[in-house]
Design a protein around this ligand. Structure first.
Ligand code: AMP
Length: 285
């Protein structure tokens, strides 16, 4: 069913035509669809700051590894467009993979540099090259004044800030805090994969970072020990398969953790066949 007041466009020509009619400042929120209240919060932040808002929906094949969930990634275009319309989005851009990558995988891409090889990048080789290549293209296509990204994907946000600084993109990047379920679980499109037992086990991620934050005054060693102990405790008691990928304490730029001051605690874990991530800001010492 068409939604009034929102343009749903799929190629550059249609997007350009819609874009010329949009009063500025223009904000963009890039997503892979299967939208939830985390995405809605980004759209609201864009709406509050900008006169026009573009949402993009693109399940980017370039950022999935060969054994990852590209094929089964949830797709819900109709309800996504309805959510965008409800949030007052002006244009939803839904490009095809062929439209984005006419040359396929062999196209020119964005090198994320050393930060692309740690944490998520170590577990997901090529992931950030895929992310930054798609983000660069979508920034060129949508030409926003401001682009909004969630802190949920903290390494992605950090790399996107680096992308626009290093390659002189004329856009402001705004980070939006993580939206969580009442029990702490960070909202994610991948939460749809979880069985009841896995949903319970998934709380190990947020519980661990909260346990780390609770020891922030004591210093970096104590933060990591407390977070790891909480994960292990929940792992022992849970019915689902739960396996930690990494638990890391860094500075806010994802470098070495300081002994005191601002820091970030990041975690990734497999819950059954689903890989989830979480992170939190903390002040050490
Ligand atoms: P995705 O569709 O998962 O690629 O996410 C699109 C954007 O929404 C990214 O900038 C994410 O960081 C952001 N996002 C996803 N989940 C959340 C959440 N729970 N809280 C805040 N932002 C989120």
């Amino acid at each position: 069913m068409p939604h009034l007041g929102i343009a749903h466009v799929c190629d550059k020509l249609e997007l350009d035509a819609a874009r010329t009619r949009m009063p500025g400042p223009v904000g963009v929120v890039m997503t892979m669809g299967a939208l939830h209240q985390g995405h809605a919060t980004l759209l609201r932040a864009a709406k509050a700051r900008c006169d026009s808002v573009i949402a993009t929906i693109f399940v980017n094949p370039l950022q999935f590894g060969p054994s990852e969930d590209f094929r089964r990634y949830p797709r819900a275009l109709e309800t996504d467009v309805a959510l965008c319309a409800d949030e007052g989005v002006d244009v939803v851009f839904v490009p095809s993979a062929a439209g984005m990558y006419p040359q396929g995988d062999a196209s020119v891409g964005v090198d994320p540099g050393p930060l692309g090889n740690v944490l998520e990048g170590a577990s997901r080789p090529g992931h950030f090259r895929g992310v930054l290549t798609a983000v660069a293209k979508l920034l060129h296509l949508t030409r926003p004044d401001v682009a909004f990204f969630g802190e949920k994907d903290y390494q992605q946000l950090t790399l996107i800030r680096q992308l626009v600084a290093d390659l002189n993109f004329d856009v402001e990047i705004v980070g939006v805090p993580i939206v969580r379920e009442p029990d702490g679980l960070a909202l994610s499109s991948r939460n749809r994969y979880l069985s009841a037992a896995e949903r319970a086990a998934a709380l190990a991620l947020s519980s661990s970072v909260y346990a780390g934050v609770a020891r922030a005054v004591a210093g970096p060693g104590e933060v990591l020990t407390a977070a790891a102990a909480e994960f292990d405790r929940l792992q022992e008691g849970c019915e689902a398969v739960l396996h930690r990928d990494y638990l890391a304490l860094t500075d806010p730029a994802l470098g070495t953790a300081p002994s005191s001051g601002a820091a970030r605690l990041l975690i990734a874990a497999h819950v059954g066949n689903t890989r989830l991530i979480d992170n939190i800001a903390l002040t050490l010492g």
